[in-house]
Design a protein around this ligand. Structure first.
Ligand code: FES
Length: 236
């Protein structure tokens, strides 16, 4: 029997069994995050990962046995898909039957979509949401970002004065932010950025230097750490 979630995704029983088993084996996680990122030989690629908390921009699908988080941008590409789990000979894994995919590459892991659909997604103005921060924006704020702007440039234009001691030349860590939503869509960090991030206060798996990052998703959610490296050294 298949589970149907209106306007969302369908999951085969074998897929739900598979995800339930994965969650049982990782009991500190309470959901699976499913998403789509730009990559692969055909344009877009599916990804799965464990999740322990929901982001503000997530759609949530609860089938009873499993909970899934899907960010809004990915959801547009996945809507109406059938998620299945198949074991064929040596091959086993999750398979997507996605009505939005115009073509699928031979390995089945990446796909392309209709140009018109892509254009309508691209033409949507991207936004950044800054979560509340005592010093910079106690209430939090959401604003639009231009295509050619980094997170830091958009923040400064909107009055969020994130520190930028090296004037955005990737030579300090004071513009460190944590990308709560939209992290997987970002271009990978350069070696230079990675090295600097290692020194950042409050480093997390989804940390980035805001002067080096161009958001890709419709909504990117940012948390500004409590301290910068400069503040920490001034106080000690
Ligand atoms: S402002 Fe110095 S690294 Fe971003």
């Amino acid at each position: 029997m298949e589970k149907f979630i209106p306007n969302g995704l369908q999951f085969s029983d074998s897929a739900l069994n598979h995800f339930s088993l994965m969650l049982e084996e990782n009991s500190d996680m309470n959901a699976i995050r499913i998403g789509v990122k730009k990559a692969g030989c055909s344009g877009y690629e599916y990804f799965f990962e464990f999740a322990d908390k929901q982001s503000e921009a997530d759609e949530v699908i609860n089938t009873g046995s499993c909970k899934f988080f899907i960010d809004q941008n990915s959801f547009k590409f996945l809507k109406g898909s059938m998620v299945d789990y198949a074991e064929e000979g040596f091959n086993k894994g999750i398979k997507f039957h996605n009505p939005n995919a115009k073509s699928v590459c031979g390995c089945g892991e990446s796909f392309n979509i209709d140009n018109n659909q892509e254009a309508s997604n691209i033409s949507l103005k991207k936004k950044i949401k800054i979560l509340p921060h005592e010093e910079y924006c106690p209430e939090g704020i959401t604003f639009e970002i231009n295509n050619e702007e980094t997170i830091l440039e958009a923040c400064l234009r909107n009055g969020i004065r994130i520190e930028h001691a090296c004037e955005m030349s990737c030579a300090c860590t004071t513009c460190h932010v944590i990308v709560e939503n939209g992290f997987n869509a970002l271009d990978e960090a350069t070696e230079e950025e990675e090295d600097l991030l290692d020194k950042a206060w409050g480093l997390e798996a989804n940390s980035r230097l805001s002067c080096q990052v161009y958001p890709k998703d419709e909504l990117t959610v940012i948390r500004i750490p409590k301290y910068t490296l400069n503040q920490v050294s001034e106080e000690h």
